[in-house]
Design a protein around this ligand. Sequence first.
Ligand code: GLN
Ligand code: ZN
Length: 779
Amino acid sequence: MSKKSLSIASLGVPRIGPRRELKLALESYWSGKTDAAALLATAAELRAANWARQHALGVTEIPSNDFSLYDQVLDTSCMVGAIPEIYGWNGGEVSLDTYFAMARGSQQQSGEACAHGHSHGAGHGVPALEMTKWFDTNYHYMVPEFTRGQTFTLSSTKPMDEYREAKALGYQTRPVLLGPVTFLKLGKSKDATLNPLSLLPNILPVYTEVLRRLSANGAEWVQIDEPCLVLDLDDTARRALRDTYAVLARALPNVKIMLTTYFGDLGNNLETALSLPVAGLHLDLVRGADQLDAVVEKAREGLVLSLGIIDGRNIWRADLEKILERIEPVVAQRGRDHVMLAPSCSLLHVPIDLEQEMRLDPDLKSWLAFAVQKMSELSVLGRALTDGRDAAAEELRASSSAAESRRTSPKVHNSAVAKRMGALTPDMAIRATPFIERRAKQQERLDLPSYPTTTIGSFPQTPEVRKARSQFGKGQLSQADYDAFLARETAACVQWQEEIGLDVLVHGEFERNDMVQYFGERLSGFAFTQHGWVQSYGSRYVRPPLLFGDVSRPEPITVDTWKHAQSLAEKPMKGMLTGPVTILNWSFVRDDVTRDAVCRQIALAIRDEVIDLEAAGAKIIQIDEAALREGLPLRRADWQHYLDWAVESFRITASGVRDETQIHTHMCYSEFNDIITAIGNMDADVISIETSRSKMELLEAFVSYRYPNDIGPGVYDIHSPRCPATAEMVDLLQRAGRHLSPEQIWVNPDCGLKTRKWDEVRPALINMVEAARVLRGEL
Ligand code: GLN
Ligand code: ZN
């Protein structure tokens, strides 16, 4: 091969290890079983393995500093010395203790996070930094905290250390930095009047110094991630970008910056991006497929374009011939040395290696690509573009035939589902009667006291529950024994709820590992991996379901469990389901049909379950939509479309029942303002929400919207092991009562109780029931 081959970048790879080595090392270190040296040795081994793997797979622009012990945004805070005062840092290199104090709080953090880890517990000692979602992924980062007039100093040599570490192993790497504008924009300040971007002049000298040192160590290219370029930006942010890259280019004329954008197209930031004095620009051509022509037309000569053509956010194998059709002309026009091939974004968001999966259906497996396979795809494309398609004929043929088999497979396409989708009518998404009339009928049937008490669904997942599930999974416990175990747990839980006087009961969800996985495993169209972990935050990883085909429900899922639970109690037992939008948002979703079509399919399947629960006698059915807000698109202009089909999907699920049947929903996060109209349009009879930590402030959205239906503002923070006193909950309910009418108010915790211990749950719920009695004037 005489021709210079095309450069291939990965933009970053998963750091957790193929067998979750990083998690094990972290947990062992945190529990004091192993020391820092052992943790750092594991980290170094994982980096070395990542570099070697990428090199072997044909990646030429191998990243360094994409590794992180916990989170790359936290690493950046440490790099620039953005360490809030409470962590007691006195300057100098940020220690491991300080780092983990920021990540997890400084003492034993008993407050665990909610299902998918949306918030940190209060615990005791120094609290962790706040955590929030990384753009629209299910990765969560530690939110940087800024103060007015804050100064920054270089306080971590990690980028340089990891560059040199790779070099010593023989790899010339392209260090990755989170860009200063995105970093500042992701941060927040207690001082609401401070725009973090005003700190730019203070932070740029640190970035300049890092680039200078990287360059002195031998780095030629540096990848600077500015995903904020795909967001709605104001003039201040655009100016910040121009200032930043002007300063860096002036200070370091020899460093080639690959300005990396991802998670969408540049849209109205295109001109800004193309005006920046950088050597290269990376484009997400999966989400932002349509921007390629405009960029190619407008990009100045000499700008290296990094084409993000392999989906870094999803697990599907690419149709390589199709991609070649699109990019061959670009390569021909700009020249091979002015184009690089890459995934759309860092491969952090996909599992590592498909080859580890031994139980997947072979057809399905042939349609998938995890990080390793995606890098191979890039290198095949590189070969085809350098030496012609013939040089990669075999791989291209395999790719095309996999694409063809997926397009036509009966495992993907189910004509019965297509028929139902075709028969979907608008009235299926509307309850027959307005809320006010339904409410009267439900009241009469349920005969609940005012301030009715209930819980969100799950009760403690004790070590015994987990053990039984894992033994059952390994075949060490028979189906009959496992069922008997679950029945006993449920019975004890139901009996206890009746004893303490809760008004509406739940069965406790002991049979569920995860609110999405449980349903996915029982619907057709879903598959599950053995090792397909992706990082959710820190040492928490999730294994998202693979939603690969048309969704249907072969048989009732929760009806038997519900019947058993209701048979044990006089009080109404809630049917407990996960809603279609949440199932969608926490899965890897097929990319051959639109997300809204997939969501409607799930909605129809869960609707069947709702109808069956009603037929079995359920008077109340809860459909959780914990992840509805999470699915909001990055650009405001796209919000309405999403919310329309998300709400419609929920309503398809909820509207197959009679007026007398009460539909509940639950949401556990905090920015209700953004979606309050959508929540209103969902028209659930009752919604329970998280509000206790905000002292009911989060209710304001509902109050100003004049939310008409019933609402259970959480009065008890389940993220904390602390037991709330009766008086505290009375106070919260009285606050709620000032804004809402008393008939609207339900009494419940913030979220499910699965992460708590029984010893914490018992007194808290006893107090909660007492608080409701106080409000009713019974005490
Ligand atoms: N019903 C679920 C539970 O109680 C809801 C969990 C959630 O909102 N994340 O666990
Ligand atoms: Zn919740």
